[in-house]
Design a protein around this ligand. Structure first.
Ligand SMILES: [Zn+2]
Length: 92
């Protein structure tokens, strides 16, 4: 669940028709959550903008976003691009 500020940011990105790729400051990669539990990179989210706003298309409908802080890499479910975590893998 997004908090109200995050929801506002998501709505703002929708209204400008542009999903941010990096935070500023920080330049952390921003990834997007789809309704079906998938992950999209910003490039794919922007390339398929109309679908990301379509509630009837759970593979594309974006419900949130996040920064992948730590742990193993995650992959975009569309293009397969690897997104390494910002802090790297956690050592036991
Ligand atoms: Zn992608």
């Amino acid at each position: 669940m997004l908090n109200i500020d995050e929801l506002r940011i998501l709505q703002k990105m929708r209204s400008t028709k542009h999903y941010i790729e990096f935070t500023f400051p920080g330049m952390y990669s921003v990834l997007y959550n789809t309704q079906d539990g998938g992950i999209l990179c910003a490039q794919c989210a922007n390339a398929h903008f109309d679908q990301t706003c379509d509630e009837d298309d759970p593979q594309w409908y974006i419900i949130g976003y996040f920064i992948h802080w730590e742990g193993a890499s995650v992959y975009c479910d569309h293009c397969g691009e690897e997104c390494k975590s910002e802090y790297g893998e956690i050592e036991d």
